[in-house]
Design a protein around this ligand. Structure first.
Ligand SMILES: [Ca+2]
Ligand SMILES: [Ca+2]
Length: 84
């Protein structure tokens, strides 16, 4: 009986980890994917092709230079990690 319970627990744990990973992939793209011209910053124009990113563009752009640097994006991702 003990064996059955622990097997079930491991299965449940594994599936929740897989689900969390899938959700993360949906919500965020890697910086290199977003930076279409590979100049090291994501502009509003580049963000426009990702509606979810465009929505939070102003939030991510902390120094308000209308560009998202890799550092700003990493900080944003770290914040998401904390919330989830
Ligand atoms: Ca760019
Ligand atoms: Ca910026």
């Amino acid at each position: 009986m003990k064996q059955v319970i622990s097997t079930f627990a491991i299965a449940a744990l594994t599936s929740s980890v897989v689900m969390a990973g899938a959700m993360k992939n949906q919500a965020v793209e890697s910086f290199d994917v977003l930076d279409l011209d590979q100049d090291g910053t994501v502009t509003a124009t580049e963000a426009a092709s990702h509606p979810k990113l465009a929505e939070v563009f102003a939030t991510i752009d902390r120094n308000k230079d209308s560009q998202i640097s890799k550092e700003e994006y990493s900080a944003y991702l770290a914040e998401i990690e904390k919330k989830s």
